[in-house]
Every structure is written in C-alpha cells, then in structure tokens.
Design a protein around this ligand. Sequence first.
Ligand SMILES: C[S@@+](CC[C@H](N)C(=O)[O-])C[C@H]1O[C@@H](n2cnc3c(N)ncnc32)[C@H](O)[C@@H]1O
Length: 294
Amino acid sequence: MEEKQDGLKPRHVDMGERGIYHTDNRLNDLTGKEWVYATRSVINKSYPPSFQFQLRSQHGGQKPPELCADLIRTFTKAGERVLDPFMGVGGTLIGATISDRSAVGVEVNPRWVEIYREVCRLEGLTEQEAICGDSRAVLPTFPDEAFDLVLTDVPYWNMDRRRRSTGKFKRAGGPAVERRRSKLSPFAPGETETGVTGLAEKEEWLETMRAVFAQAMRVLRRRRYLVVFIGDMYHSGRYHMLSAQLAELLEGLGLVLKANLIWYDVSKSLHVYGYRYEFIPSMVHQNILVLRKP
Ligand SMILES: C[S@@+](CC[C@H](N)C(=O)[O-])C[C@H]1O[C@@H](n2cnc3c(N)ncnc32)[C@H](O)[C@@H]1O
C-alpha cells in the first residue's frame, strides 16, 4: 500500500467529479471511474443527429462522430494520431477533432471527401488530413508505426448489390409503413450512383480487407489498438457473421483480438421480415472489434 500525500496516493491526480487520474496511465487520459464505463461490452448510449447529419447521411454508412470520439478517448491520449483507411464522410475524423486528436483519413470516393470538407466548413471544425485515394495504394506511402490508433468502419461485402427491401417496416412502438426508396449507398470502390461495380464477391472483399489491414497494422505503433466497426448481415436466406470472419482475418495478420463491443444503434428501424414463417433478425446492433498489435 502506497503512502497517502494530501489525502492522495503518489501519482494520483484528483480530477474532481471525473474521479482520480493515475499518471501511470499509458493508454488514455481517463480517470479510473471513466475507465470502468469505457470498457463495458455493450454501448447503449444514444447519439442524436449532429454535425450536419442530413448532409452526412447521403452516405448511408456514416457513424456518429461522438461515438467515434468516445472510442478515440478510450484508446488514445490527447494529441495522438488516428488513422481511418475507410473514412467515408468522416465520422472518425470529426471524432478526432472534437477530442483534440489529429487524424488522417483515406476515402476512394471523392464525393464523400467533399461532404466531409463541407461539414467542417459549415460547423467551423478544424479539417483533418483527408486523402482521396485507394487505401491499398495510399497506406504503403506512410512510414512504419506512424499512428497511435486505427479506427475504421469497413465497406460491406455485397453491399453494392444489396438493396433495402421495399416491404413494410416499423419503428419501435409505431405502425408499419411502406418502405421508401433505398437510401443505402454503395460502399465499394469504383461505385456509381446506381452502384453495381466493386466489391461484389465475398472473397474479393476479404482480399481487400487483408491488403488494407496488413498496411494498417504496419503503420500502427506497437501495443496500440485497431478498432473496427462491422455489422453482421442477414442476406440470401442466411446470417453472415462477417465480424467473426474479419476477426479471424485480422488475427491471421498477427493482431490479438481483445473484445467485440456491441453498439446498440437506437436509431435503427425494426423490420417485419419473415413474419409468420421464419425468424429473421431485425439488426439493430453493430460489432466493434478491438484488436491490439503485440
Ligand atoms: C462504411 S463506410 C465508412 C463510413 C464512415 N465511418 C463515416 O462515418 O462516414 C466505408 C467507406 O470505405 C470506402 N472504401 C471502400 N474501399 C476503399 C478503399 N480501397 N480505399 C479507400 N476507401 C475505400 C467506401 O467508399 C466507403 O465510403
């Protein structure tokens, strides 16, 4: 037991209501009290629309910047550097700005980079470095161990061919209504507005993931984390546990799986697929894989 100084143990800093910060904390700036909340395996906090949500939702796969900021605060200290090799309209980059970190994002579709820049302009946010290009070509130009965290959200296998059903859907507690026209963006490189090109096959998807994450791992500092959003998918009559497949692929690259956080996305609609005949899940969660570089 260490001796108390002014009521505090050595290397302990009283942060008031936030709790006690330990100066030996090598991972983040959280107090013990905050650490306990940050490590819970289910995230059920709601993130209401913000940061030009309507503009960002042209993308369809955008993540709440505040959720990204929460993850960035858990896995880095202020001033550290974050990489997002699939930045979309910049959930990670905005999250880095509002948590006082710096970030680099790479996005193959110029339209999403433009929207990110427009959001920064409208919100008066400091722009992070957003590179328009294919991560498979861009990441090899970065030096080894240049980043303290990789936080990303992968494009989906087959998403470019999949379209949301035109059937009925309902919000929790509300009446069933006819589905509007699909808002899902095609995520694949080489995509078009009507979106039928790109990562059509699962094998090709896995190959792209392998190529990008091998580079992401190289540019990540040792003992630091790679955190990836990935939704499982019910498609063509069966459940695809893409999170498990991606976790296996990432472990194959030498990363160590530390957690599978479940983000309960309260904004998701409930579907009535399969009613009376078959159980089909109404997917209201996403997985957030947490891996560490040895
Ligand atoms: C799921 S979205 C990311 C959304 C992001 N989290 C946000 O908040 O906007 C994945 C993005 O990866 C991009 N992408 C796909 N393949 C890529 C590649 N090889 N290099 C760079 N970006 C790529 C897609 O265009 C898509 O915008």
